[in-house]
Write a protein that binds this ligand. Structure first.
Ligand code: MN
Length: 165
C-alpha cells in the first residue's frame, strides 16, 4: 500500500483514478483545486503524486516545479503526469518540469497501473538526480518551462471543458 495524491480538476477522472488506485490497495488523497495541492502534499506526505497537466489556477507544470523546489522529502516524491495531449516535444517538456512519467488521457488502465507500480518501485528520486537536473545536457528547466502558458486565476481561459480533459 502506498500513499498517492491525485490532482485532477475533472470529477469523473479523479473518481476513476482514485477508484483504480484504491482497488489496488492504495491510500489515495484526491485534490480537485490545484491551489490546495502543495499544502495537501506537505501534510499528506505522499509516496507518489499523480497530476493532471491542464488545471485551472496552478497548472500541472507549475505544480511539479513547486514540489521540486519544496523541502525534502516532498521534493523527491516521484510524479506521474496525466495529460490529454502529448505531442512532439511534450514528453521532454513534462519531464523537464519534474515528472518521472506521463500517461495520456483517455488513460489505458493497464498502462496507468503499470506506471504507478513502476514509479512506486523506483521510490523517491535520488537527491543528486534532482540537483543535476538544473544543469545537465538537457538544459535548465526554467528555460524549458517558460513557454508554458499559465491559466489566469480569473477569466474565460479554462479550456478543460471539452473532450480533451
Ligand atoms: Mn484538467
Amino acid at each position: 500500500m502506498a500513499r498517492i495524491m491525485v490532482v485532477e480538476d475533472n470529477a469523473l477522472n479523479i473518481k476513476l483514478f482514485c477508484d483504480l488506485l484504491t482497488a489496488h490497495g492504495h491510500d489515495t488523497r484526491p485534490v480537485v483545486d490545484s491551489r490546495e495541492a502543495l499544502e495537501t502534499a506537505r501534510e499528506f506526505a505522499p509516496d507518489l503524486v499523480i497530476t493532471d497537466i491542464q488545471l485551472p489556477h496552478v497548472d500541472g507544470m507549475e505544480l511539479m516545479r513547486l514540489i521540486r523546489e519544496d523541502a525534502a522529502p516532498l521534493a523527491r516524491v516521484p510524479i506521474m503526469a496525466v495529460t490529454a495531449y502529448a505531442g512532439e516535444g511534450d514528453d521532454e517538456r513534462i519531464r523537464n518540469a519534474g515528472a518521472q512519467a506521463y500517461v495520456s488521457k483517455p488513460i489505458s488502465v493497464v498502462r496507468f497501473v503499470e506506471t504507478v507500480d513502476r514509479l512506486l518501485e523506483d521510490g523517491p528520486i535520488e537527491a543528486d538526480r534532482l540537483e543535476d537536473d538544473g544543469h545537465d545536457e538537457s538544459g535548465p528547466r526554467e528555460g524549458a518551462a517558460s513557454s508554458q502558458d499559465r491559466t489566469p486565476d480569473e477569466g474565460p481561459a479554462e479550456t478543460d471543458e471539452g473532450p480533451l480533459t
